[in-house]
Design a protein around this ligand. Structure first.
Ligand code: GLN
Length: 275
């Protein structure tokens, strides 16, 4: 499982956001404190940030661990932004390695990250993938569960969904296809952040005119709030709202459906639960 983070607020350096906190995202690449699955996040990292006057974010991504990139440390020291999304990756088995599979994924003004796994990837995802136009499938940024989930979410955004609706819609689609896994998403357009807690840890800290949403706290200072599993978080720099998700793969009803399916001898469904 990866770790990820989004920030909205007064411009800060990437270094102060990602590298300086004692347990910040850079440290979480080798010593996460709350990660429930996996131990280290060394299969790539990425940062997307918004610069004044340009609605489309810049991205810096690499295939290796963040500590092995002295150029990033240098860049982070002098790059300032008031809207950032960053992630460190622990690749899921069967997914593509390399920079293209490192979050954040991007389209236009959007940045997206997925902390989790679509169980049974890639075979289990076939039905879900069929909902996408072939052109979108061909254009997937990487052969990974996260890239597919991003394409499904981006299609909803293009169709006019709000960020929260798009994330909730993707989760409802997974539940409708009886797919299991862990689906902590993070999505921003530089002005709003939407995130889901669906299988792994999620926290936030809100202050006057700023909000930090992260897989886990980057320090032991007060002010961090935990987001309960099965929640949708929607935030701007002015405030945070946390609401229960509707249909999502971890909800009780879906688990019961999967259990019944497995009990009926559906080996495929059973396999999807064994991760
Ligand atoms: N499944 C995604 C990937 O392989 C995310 C992995 C994770 O959360 N560790 O990149």
């Amino acid at each position: 499982m990866c770790r990820h983070l989004a920030y909205l607020g007064p411009p800060v350096t990437l270094r102060s956001l990602l590298c300086d906190p004692p347990h910040g995202l850079a440290t979480q690449s080798w010593a996460p404190r709350r990660q429930r699955h996996g131990t280290v996040n060394v299969d790539g990292f990425g940062v997307g940030w918004y610069a004044p006057g340009d609605p489309e974010p810049a991205r810096y991504r690499r295939a290796g661990p963040v500590w092995a990139d002295p150029s990033f440390a240098d860049l982070a020291r002098v790059t300032r932004s008031g809207a950032v999304l960053a992630a460190v990756r622990s690749a899921t088995a069967g997914t593509e390695p390399g920079e293209a599979a490192a979050a954040p994924f991007a389209a236009g003004r959007w940045l997206f990250s997925h902390n989790g796994v679509l169980a049974g990837w890639p075979a289990a995802a076939a039905g879900l993938a069929a909902a996408l136009p072939p052109a979108d499938l061909i254009a997937l940024p990487a052969r990974s569960d996260s890239a597919l989930l991003w394409a499904l979410t981006a299609a909803r955004l293009t169709a006019g969904a709000t960020p929260g609706e798009a994330l909730a819609g993707t989760l409802a689609g997974l539940a409708a296809h009886r797919l299991d896994g862990r689906f902590n998403f993070l999505l921003t357009d530089g002005e709003t952040v939407a995130a889901t807690a669906a299988g792994d840890t999620l926290c936030y800290r809100a202050g006057p005119g700023q909000v930090l949403v992260a897989s886990e706290p980057g320090d032991d200072e007060p002010g961090w709030a935990e987001v309960p599993d099965g929640s949708l978080l929607e935030a701007t720099a002015a405030g945070v709202r946390v609401t229960p998700l509707g249909a999502w793969p971890g909800e009780q009803g879906t688990k019961e459906t999967l259990t019944q399916a497995a009990g009926a001898g559906l080996a495929a469904a059973n396999g999807r639960r064994s991760h």
